[in-house]
Every structure is written in structure tokens, then in C-alpha cells.
Design a protein around this ligand. Structure first.
Ligand code: MG
Length: 352
């Protein structure tokens, strides 16, 4: 088992290894004395893993409750959050109790937000069941729901007390969900870890899943630790995201986050005029089953990107790779964004 210690406004451990789902209760005992534990998950994950987690909690002395909502990003919204909060209140959960967020990014974000606001904040334990949630959403304490105007527009920073990632669960994921997580792993490689990047270019990378997940969590921790409230350095984690969000949006979210980020990273390298890096990112994305070409024009993407929440005034910050392992931030006028898309798309077309 790998343990990554996180030490920001709250210190906690991220545990990564096979067979951990049936030991969630045992690990929780070290951080949280027995209490009521509301397991929040979506209908799909609850059916697969709810019983196992519930019995693990019961064995460890907790009083588990199950709160399930219908699976799907479209349910990550205020009225589902409201139902979760009402569930917690009806069951007389108090500030000494705990939420267990069992699931992927939607569950982690929404159950985490419920934990942030219920009785002005209770503890929560995150049990990610997708690779994306394991390498990305489980570190940094970002919680949110979507609003009609856009994704993640209402939320809070709230750190978990413990994260337990069972890599046997991740190994069961369909290829599309593994690829989705791999996009953020490639991103972490481009930001800080050439060896990780190279590992992802090899076809056997999933055989090293435990170690690679741990490396990703450590990279994200180091970036977040340096900048917990996202004012400077942490913006680097947006590599591929300004472009990627625009692609997701143009596809009406038919393209996944990972697919958008993959194409977005290729565009970022192209926009930075980095031919070799662009070629390498294309190779890594293909190795992990991710697309590299934008189905949309620079004009369409620029229009979509300009409603992005990361926009501040008339300037927009791009994250541009300098080498595999180092990126820089560049503020540009929003008027120049379409041109950045155009250069990025042109290079992707030339190389892919
Ligand atoms: Mg992301």
C-alpha cells in the first residue's frame, strides 16, 4: 500500500492499494472515532460497492447510513445537493459524524460540498472509484455543484479527513474511464515528472497503476500545498483545461473531461510553438486511448472559452509547456485567444 501524506489546512493521508475497499472502516478508525457515517454514492456505484463499504464500516464500529442519488453529471446540481442535506438532517447527523463519499468526481464534488456546508461543515472521507477522481479530485479540497450557467460554479474548499483508493476497483474500470483519468496523469507528467510521462507512453502502464496513482497524488499535493487557494502556481493545473473546457462545451459534453484535456494539451503545446513537445503529448495521449485532434474550429472554441470562469477581465491565463516537466503561465488578451487556438490546431493537424 502507498501512503501519501497531505499537509495543508488539514493534514490527512491518501491510501492507495489493492483490496482497500473492505478495509475503509479500519483505516477510518485511526482518524475518526466511531460515529454515524453517511455513505453518499450514485446509483451505479452504490449497487457495485455500497454493501462492501457499509459492512466494513459496521465491523469497525460505525453506524452506517446509505444516501444514493441517480448517476450522471446532470444530477450534480443544487436540488440533488438539497436532497442530500435533507437526508443528513432527517437522520440527525451532527458535526461529530462523518460523510463517506463513495464514487467518481460527481460524487466526490457533491458529497464534499454537502460536508462543507452541512451544520457549517462536517468531516468527510473520500473513496474514489474512478481513476480521474483518484488522481485529481481527491486532492485539493475543491467541492462543487453545477449551475445552469456552467459547471462547478457553486462550491467550497473543504479538505477530506482521509482518502482511500482501492486500485482493484480502478482496474475494473472500462477503458474509456481509465483514459479519462490518464489525461490528468499525462498533465501531471508534463507539469512536473518526465518519468511519469514516459511511463504513460508505454502500453503496460496500467500494470504500474498503484505506483503511478501515488506519484500523481504527490505531484498534485506539491502544487496545491504551494498554493492552496489557487492564486498563482496552482493555475498550472489548468494545463490543457482552457482549451479542453471549450472542447467539452462545444460537444455539449459528449466529449469527456479527459478527452477535452487531451486535445487541449496538444493545442497548448502547439500554441506555444513547441513542435517536439506537441509530438510527445500526441504520442502519450494515443498510448492512453485519448483523442488529439479538435473536431471544432478555432472560432467556435474561442467563443466557448470566453465564457469560462477562469477568465479575469480582458486577460486570460494560458498554461504553456516549455519542456516535459515544466510549464509557464502566460497572460494574453482575450482577443488573442482565437489565434492561440488556431496555431495549436494547425500544429496538431500537421503532426497527428
Ligand atoms: Mg481536470
Amino acid at each position: 500500500m502507498h501512503t501519501v501524506h497531505i499537509n495543508n489546512s488539514r493534514a490527512y493521508d491518501v491510501l492507495i492499494g489493492p483490496g482497500l475497499l473492505s478495509r475503509v472502516g479500519e483505516f477510518m478508525r485511526e482518524a475518526i472515532p466511531p460515529c454515524r457515517a453517511a455513505i453518499i454514492s450514485d446509483s451505479t456505484v452504490d449497487a457495485l460497492y455500497g454493501d462492501e463499504v457499509e459492512s466494513s464500516l459496521r465491523t469497525a464500529g460505525y453506524a452506517p447510513l446509505r444516501c444514493t442519488f441517480p448517476a450522471g453529471e446532470q444530477n450534480k446540481r443544487l436540488d440533488t445537493l438539497g436532497e442530500i442535506l435533507e437526508f443528513l438532517a432527517e437522520n440527525h447527523m451532527t458535526r461529530t459524524d462523518v460523510i463517506v463519499a463513495l464514487g467518481g468526481g460527481v460524487t466526490g464534488d457533491m458529497a464534499g460540498f454537502a460536508a462543507a456546508v452541512y451544520v457549517r461543515g462536517i468531516r468527510f472521507v473520500q473513496v474514489p472509484t474512478t481513476l480521474l477522481a483518484a488522481v485529481d479530485a481527491s486532492v485539493g479540497g475543491k467541492t462543487a455543484v453545477d449551475l445552469k450557467a456552467g459547471k462547478n460554479l457553486a462550491g467550497a474548499f473543504h479538505q477530506p479527513s482521509l482518502v482511500v483508493t482501492d486500485t482493484d476497483v480502478l482496474r475494473q474500470l472500462p477503458q474509456a474511464l481509465l483514459s479519462d483519468g490518464a489525461a490528468e496523469m499525462i498533465k501531471h507528467g508534463v507539469l512536473a515528472d518526465p518519468e511519469l510521462f514516459d511511463a504513460l507512453c508505454r502500453p503496460d502502464w496500467t500494470e504500474r497503476l498503484d505506483e503511478l496513482v501515488a506519484r500523481n497524488v504527490a505531484i498534485k499535493r506539491d502544487v496545491v500545498n504551494a498554493d492552496e487557494f489557487e492564486t498563482g502556481l496552482r493555475q498550472q493545473l489548468n494545463l490543457g483545461h482552457t482549451f479542453g473546457h471549450a472542447i467539452e462545451k462545444c460537444s455539449d459534453f459528449a466529449l469527456s473531461h479527459g478527452q477535452g484535456v487531451a486535445i487541449g494539451m496538444v493545442i497548448a503545446a502547439g500554441a506555444a510553438d513547441q513542435t517536439e513537445i506537441c509530438r510527445k503529448i500526441i504520442a502519450a495521449c494515443r498510448s492512453c486511448g485519448l483523442p488529439v485532434k479538435s473536431p471544432y474550429s478555432a472560432e467556435e472554441l474561442a467563443r466557448a472559452a470566453l465564457s469560462d470562469k477562469k477568465r479575469k477581465g480582458d486577460r486570460i491565463t494560458l498554461v504553456l509547456p516549455e519542456t516535459i516537466g515544466k510549464c509557464r503561465l502566460e497572460k494574453i488578451d482575450v482577443a488573442g485567444l482565437e489565434d492561440a487556438f488556431r496555431r495549436g490546431i494547425a500544429m496538431a493537424e500537421a503532426l497527428a
